[in-house]
Design a binder for this molecule. Structure first.
Ligand code: BF8
Length: 636
């Protein structure tokens, strides 16, 4: 049993002893899950229903309106994509709005920490980059905000994609005009009696997904880099062992770094540290959970307490004095487990309240004061910690994060050769077989993080460079895969040579889920660098969100598929009761846009599907096969 699984088990036992179920038990309590839902065969879009299609072909094959399995499953999928795209994009809008505040001075806690990136963005938007920083922040933020409401004009960052992809999208009429519009339009199409052609519905969903990847998420990444600084390689620690026995422990959980970054600042306030000491603590320790953890890890080196599945476990340690949440992936079940321990739960976002949770509303204009108030709640709660119930796991692991599309691949050629040439050359020579993006959630349906780890290890020994974001990155970091030393332990000969020469890990942490946009940019840069074909679809690259759970993962999956990348999901999308929709997504799309979906639960088989794809693309490019045979690794 992996260390992490043992740790989870012992904390689950503690919760059980307190009479509380955790996500694994609640999942078991739901099994067998609704087969109609899993197959995508139920529709409750209107009050003619709810309707369901009999998967055995004996009962009803159409709903009351006449929609068949393909129409129903495509509509359901499109709605998932809209929700996922909306979630990422709304996040992007909030950061752009705060960038505007930083320019106007309305939110004194925020300033431009990366003027260099701001100037690059200004130039891209056609603004004179020589203007004064605050004015530039205002102008760039306004341009970003305008992207959301565009009606007829393509979103700006589409121009970053290779021309081949842009032409495909134009031909299919799926180039997003604005960010909000394709989401609204796709929701409208899924209403009763609107779009009933499963292919046309999926093309609509692709437009909404592209609006996320090349729009909302990309704006989130760029605006966050401008406001909070462009990440640089940074070493930190990960896992519940980052919690401290003798300090005030605050967990920051959620996604939008507007809150988490300013809590980091508040936790370093000398007055608050003094107050913590007066209460008997040695200091204030922060740990992140979910993607907000990745944001403050990437830029400030704050330890990561855990991924999605560790949020309840963190509270069961009995050592968390406050858990502060904003939005996305925050389980409403937290209130139950917190009621058995001393942990104070604090919600902060006006769009995300939880029954039974104290709400301290966060406003950018008064960010630091509010953050201090929140930190004080944790400090005041420290004396209530019941030491006899504290069980902090020992496990923690080093990791290196802070890679971006601008910095990491340039490192491959050393400081003085800052281009993608060395990466492309390594692929062309066969030293690297290809690049894989292993991203997304962890899921109790799978092996709770272990599927990512097995998949990544199998790729590494085949000389595949791995890039990661989200909870997948945290899962692999806990296993020790995100340190340079991992190359020696797990990588094939070619990948190892590169990692050891340059001093990078074989698994590169690119940030949070909105930072999957960095992978799109990296792929585009590889194409632009030359020698690997004319489009992303020609690159020896593949993606996986093997333990996917959130609708955001569906949007991410679809924008990669639409951009020409095959994507592996461990559990199928809820479409498999509809044969035509399934065939379209898993096979026919490859001939249309280059990417397709693959549903494969076994991580080793998944790795080999990705490897075969890379070899197929290498062959089509006419470049040499991989230089080395796969490395044999003793099981650890
Ligand atoms: O946005 S990987 S469980 S935390 S959805 Fe959620 Fe999935 Fe984690 Fe980040 Ni992304």
């Amino acid at each position: 049993m992996a260390q992490d699984t043992k740790q989870a088990q012992s904390l689950r036992d503690i919760a059980k002893a307190s009479g509380v179920d955790m996500i694994w038990e609640r999942y078991e309590g739901q099994t067998p899950q609704c087969g109609f839902g899993q197959l995508g065969l139920c529709c409750k879009n209107c009050n003619l229903g709810p309707c369901r299609i009999d998967p055995f072909g004996e009962g009803a094959q159409v709903g009351v309106c006449g929609a068949d399995a393909d129409t129903i499953s495509a509509r359901n999928l499109a709605r998932h994509v809209c929700a996922g795209s909306a979630c990422h994009s709304d996040h992007g809008r909030e950061i752009a709005h705060t960038l505007l505040f930083a320019g106007t001075g309305a939110a004194p806690s925020y300033e431009v920490r990366s003027p260099h990136k701001l100037r690059i963005l200004a130039e891209e938007y056609g603004i004179d980059p020589g203007k004064e920083i605050k004015e530039l922040a205002r102008l760039v933020a306004q341009k970003m905000l305008d992207e959301f409401g565009k009606q007829f004009e393509d979103i700006s960052f589409i121009k970053r994609a290779p021309k081949k992809q842009q032409d495909i999208w134009k031909k299919l009429n799926i180039t997003p005009c604005g960010i909000d519009r394709p989401i609204v339009e796709t929701m409208a199409r899924t209403n009763i009696g609107v779009d009933n052609d499963y292919k046309n519905i999926i093309f609509g969903a692709m437009k909404a997904a592209l609006a996320d990847g090349w729009g909302g998420s990309m704006i989130a990444t760029e605006a966050t880099d401008i406001l909070f600084g462009s990440p640089k390689a940074i070493r930190a620690t990960v896992n519940l062992g980052v919690l401290k026995e003798d300090e005030v422990n605050i967990i920051i959980h959620g996604h939008v770094p507007l809150l988490s970054d300013v809590i980091v600042t508040a936790s370093q306030d000398p007055e608050l540290i003094k107050l913590a000491k007066e209460k008997g603590a040695k200091g204030i320790a922060l740990g992140g959970i979910c993607c907000t953890a990745n944001e403050i890890l990437m830029r400030r080196g704050i330890p990561v307490a855990g991924n999605f599945l560790q949020q309840e476990l963190a509270i069961a340690t009995g050592a968390v004095d406050a858990m502060v949440v904003d939005l996305q992936c925050v389980l409403p079940a937290l209130t139950k487990i917190a009621s058995c321990f001393h942990t104070k739960l604090i919600s902060t976002h006006p769009k995300a309240k939880f029954p039974g949770m104290r709400h301290i509303e966060f406003r950018e204009e008064e960010a630091l004061d509010i953050a201090k108030e929140i930190v004080k709640v944790a400090i005041d709660n420290y004396p209530n910690r019941d030491r006899s119930r504290v069980n902090i796991p020992k496990e923690s692991m080093d990791l290196v994060a802070g890679f971006t599309a601008e910095n990491v691949f340039s490192y491959l050629g050393g400081k003085y050769r800052a281009t993608y040439r060395p990466l492309n050359d390594a692929i062309i020579s066969g030293r690297l077989r290809g690049v894989a993006g292993i991203v997304g959630c962890d899921n109790p349906k799978m092996e709770s993080g272990m599927a990512h780890i097995k998949l990544v290890k199998e790729l590494l020994r085949h000389d595949v460079l791995v890039v990661q974001t989200g909870c997948a990155a945290i899962a692999c970091a806990k296993e020790g895969l995100l340190v340079p030393e991992a190359a020696n332990k797990y990588a094939g000969m070619g990948l190892r040579e590169i990692c050891e020469t340059v001093g990078i890990p074989p698994v590169l942490h690119l940030g949070s889920c909105v930072d999957n946009s960095r992978i799109l940019i990296a792929c585009s840069n590889m194409v632009k660098e030359g020698g690997l074909g004319a489009g992303i679809d020609e690159l020896p690259v593949a993606g996986a969100a093997i333990e996917w759970m959130s609708e955001k993962a569906v949007a991410i999956g679809l924008y990669f598929v639409a951009s020409g990348v095959p994507v592996v999901f461990g559990t199928p999308l809820p479409v498999t009761g509809a044969p035509n929709t399934t065939r379209f997504l898993t096979s026919e799309l490859e001939g249309i846009c280059g990417g397709r979906w693959i549903f494969e639960p076994d991580p080793i088989k998944s790795a080999h599907i990705m490897i075969r794809h890379m070899d197929k693309k290498r062959n089509a490019l006419g470049i040499k096969p991989a230089m080395y045979k796969a490395r044999t690794i003793e099981a650890d």
